[in-house]
Ligand binder design. Structure first.
Ligand SMILES: Nc1ncnc2c1ncn2[C@@H]1O[C@H](COP(=O)(O)OP(=O)(O)OP(=O)(O)O)[C@@H](O)[C@H]1O
Ligand SMILES: [Mg+2]
Length: 483
């Protein structure tokens, strides 16, 4: 079905047109008409299939820009996602003149207060900062009509649940509540139904939980060999734009430095960086100034960066759902992608639990040898040379070529030129602190949640457990500190 056939105001149809959308995606086609009737809704569809617009249209449609109250709220687990959702809502509200403000931690609160004085109709926020504003009375939610929990399962996970409850207490009881995510574990749905009113479920049924356009591979590699394997894969696969996920903030810092040391353009993103640094790194990645983004799970959910061709899970994620979201950073909006997951020998049970959740077996590949990586890079050099020949723009170099050929064998000259052009696999020694393999924890929080009898789900990282016991106030803060 096309947006032009959707029963919405002309301003919204024009906005989707301006955004370049013609056909609706399945979640949009099915969720928008239901949400417009005002009922509560749980929407589940694969990553990259347009859930933002699916909740965005009913929000913009119900907002009245001549009313000065905040009428809608979208809550997300990360700051970058709050910014991104605000951008999409502003695009959808362009002709109707419905304004959305992004409200998130790490940005000057006075600046946000000034923004709020301009009376946005919708707020796209992270929970902690939203609560700060509620307490300062710079945001009132008593007139809202719609609240959306984007990445709902993550928002209702142990880390954010208290904040969400506190936010909900500040909203009118007759509000409409919408939950969206690509993953929706059963226990989270049960929990959600406690604060929703008879929610309708719109689940886009697919054979697999992950998008079929993403090729999913894994490589078995011992911890000390992981980094060499990574750089050889990079040399062979030559991703246009890739995200490398590491387990902890320290790991991300070390990986980024190690990659840079071997001559790759890489930048890191995690929760210990200042927000301006996070913004800068993401901007450089989006603008293709760096090809590799090394990230914790702070970049796992929701981020929509076009042309991410590869996702490397250098470390396994903490839980199978995170795997689904991480690899979903590629293969978006109909594009193809490749995901490669590194598994150390004793992490195999985790691989199987991921496959059980995704219903998609991963294909085993082997780590390229030095020679294979070299052959890959040589091919790049040959291709570069060939395309230069085709461009026919090297005539200014002909005199020098003749000079070289008068004293040397032609084959030697070309071979030497190729050597210079080839980025040979770099074996510069690097130091990475050894990561312990993920533990299989019986009766863990996750295993109970998924009703899987404690087999094969993961324990939280040591860092997380340490933080849990280290007196941070509010569980939501602990969770956001984690990545
Ligand atoms: N109807 C459409 N036609 C074409 N492109 C679309 C359409 N709807 C959304 N898109 C584009 O598809 C991309 C993915 O959309 P979006 O970020 O909303 O996915 P999502 O389902 O929320 O994914 P995730 O689960 O990763 O958060 C965006 O670039 C968006 O602009
Ligand atoms: Mg999304």
């Amino acid at each position: 079905m096309k947006f032009s056939e959707l029963e919405v105001s002309e301003e919204i149809r024009k906005a989707t047109d301006r955004m370049g959308f013609t056909e609706m995606t399945p979640i949009q086609e099915q969720a928008i008409p239901v949400a417009k009737t005002g009922v509560d809704l749980i929407g589940q569809a694969q990553t990259g299939t347009g859930k933002t617009t699916a909740f965005g249209i009913p929000m913009i449609e119900s907002a009245d820009p001549s009313n000065y109250d905040i009428q809608g709220v979208v809550i997300t687990p990360t700051r970058e996602l709050a910014i991104q959702n605000a951008q999409e809502l502003n695009a959808l509200g362009y002709y109707k003149k419905v304004r959305t403000a992004a409200i998130y931690g790490g940005q000057d609160i006075q600046r946000q207060i000034r923004d709020l004085k301009k009376r946005p109709s919708i707020i796209s926020a992270t929970p902690g900062r939203l609560l700060d504003h509620i307490k300062r009375r710079t945001i009132r939610l008593d007139q809202i009509k719609i609240i959306v929990l984007d990445e709902a399962d993550e928002m209702l996970n142990m880390g954010f649940i208290d904040d969400i409850h506190e936010i909900l207490e500040n909203t009118p009881e007759e509000r409409q509540t919408l939950l969206f995510s690509a993953t929706m574990p059963r226990p989270i749905q049960v929990l959600a139904e406690k604060f929703m009113r008879d929610p309708k479920k719109v689940q886009i049924k697919a054979k697999t939980l992950t998008v079929s356009l993403i090729e999913q591979n894994f490589v078995k590699v011992k911890e000390p060999d992981k980094f060499d394997a990574l750089t050889r894969f990079l040399d062979i696969q030559m991703p246009e734009r890739a995200i490398v996920f590491g387990r902890t903030k320290r790991r991300v810092d070390e990986l980024m430095r190690a990659l840079q040391k071997r001559g790759y353009e890489a930048e890191g993103i995690h929760g210990d960086l200042t927000q301006s640094k996070r913004d800068l790194v993401l901007r450089r990645f989006k603008q293709n100034e760096v090809k590799l983004l090394v990230a914790t799970d702070v970049a796992a959910r929701g981020l929509d960066i076009s042309n991410v061709t590869h996702v490397y899970n250098f470390d396994l994620p903490q839980d199978p759902e995170s795997y689904v979201h991480r690899i979903g950073r590629t293969g978006r909006a109909g594009k193809t992608g490749l995901a490669l997951t590194f598994i150390t020998p004793n992490e195999f049970p985790h691989l199987r639990s991921i496959e059980r959740l995704t219903k998609q077996p991963m294909k085993q590949v082997s780590a390229p040898s030095y020679e294979e990586a070299l052959a890959g890079q040589q091919k790049v050099a040959v291709d570069t040379l060939r395309s230069s020949l085709e461009k026919d723009n090297y005539h200014a170099y002909e005199a020098k070529a003749q000079e070289l050929l008068s004293n040397n064998d032609a084959e030697d000259v070309v071979a030497a030129a190729l050597k210079v052009l080839t980025k040979e696999p770099d074996t510069t020694p690097v130091r990475l602190t050894r990561e312990a393999p993920l533990m299989v924890k019986r009766n863990s929080h996750h295993s109970q949640q998924h009703g899987s009898r404690g087999k094969g789900f993961y324990s939280r990282s040591r860092e997380f457990e340490h933080r849990q016991n280290s007196g941070y106030r509010g569980r939501g803060r602990q969770r956001s500190q984690h990545f």
